[in-house]
Design a protein around this ligand. Structure first.
Ligand code: NAD
Length: 235
């Protein structure tokens, strides 16, 4: 498996990487659906409900309590997977990273073309005056974070029920359409519309690197089961 993966990467010149929460578990950020993921923790509501637009609007204080505790990881560092992808971009093999993650670790690792489909916890803006705020404005507030103008500061992340940013979506789809190899990794492929993006791929090699199986396993040309950081560091 690993030798085939190496061979494909060596022979590709337009790789796109499509990743999810599993890409950052080796940086200490829990995913949603692994055994130690957020879904297994006992919250009053499922994470998907808490991270929805309706919940944000109707229970803003509880939203921020959950969000502050479970979605912001300012001490997390890029792992071997993030670093290898940045290296592959530098040598012009990889053309883009499309990520469902909101932790900013691909950019921190040095990747330049990154499509953050679900936004970033590092960016936040005032819902009233539009002013941008850093992540510390969320962390330092014990309650609902507020701007100097009195407006609520909202994370620039796409909540459930909200639509994805059009420019980011178009950039991601165009990159996937042109790619000769698409590496999908660290995702359960259960969050839509993001999971549907792989159908735009028409290149030669559709690869999955994942710890567990997914409902879409039968679509892939090559599957490597394991930890993405460990696997990519062997490439
Ligand atoms: P998910 O939790 O549904 O699935 C994660 C998948 O990654 C699982 O199939 C698991 O087997 C696999 N995995 C876990 N660790 C791995 C590793 N080291 N190597 C390879 N595979 C590994 O995640 P999802 O599909 O991305 O959907 C969850 C949603 O929640 C996404 O929208 C995502 O943005 C968001 N989320 C983001 C973060 C983050 O930014 N780091 C963290 C949690 C959730």
């Amino acid at each position: 498996m690993l030798s085939r993966l190496k061979e494909i990467i060596n022979n590709s010149s337009d790789i796109v990487f499509f990743g999810g929460a599993g890409v950052s578990t080796e940086s200490g950020i829990p995913d949603f659906r692994s055994a130690d993921g957020l879904y297994m923790m006992n919250y009053k509501y499922p994470p998907e409900s808490i991270l929805s637009h309706t919940f944000f609007t109707e229970h803003t204080k509880e939203f921020f309590e959950f969000y502050r505790k479970n979605m912001i990881f300012t001490d997390a560092k890029p792992n071997a997977a993030h670093l290898k992808l940045a290296e592959l971009e530098k040598v012009k093999k990889l053309k883009a990273v499309v990520t469902q993650n909101i932790d900013g670790l691909h950019t921190a690792a040095g990747s330049k073309t990154v499509f953050e489909l679900h936004g970033s916890t590092l960016r936040n803006y005032c819902m009233k005056c539009g002013k941008f705020h850093g992540v510390e404005s969320i962390l330092k507030s014990a309650d609902v974070p507020k701007c100097e103008c009195g407006g609520i500061i909202k994370p620039d992340v796409v909540l459930y029920e909200e639509s994805l940013d059009e420019e980011t979506v178009n950039g991601a789809i165009n990159a996937i359409k042109k790619a000769d190899t698409l590496i999908v990794a660290g995702t359960s492929l259960r969050v839509y519309p993001a999971a549907g993006f792989i159908r735009y791929f028409s290149g030669d090699n559709l690869i999955l690197i994942n710890k567990d199986s997914t409902e879409m396993d039968n679509r892939f040309d090559l599957i490597v089961n394991g930890k993405i950081g460990e696997i990519l560091s062997l490439i």
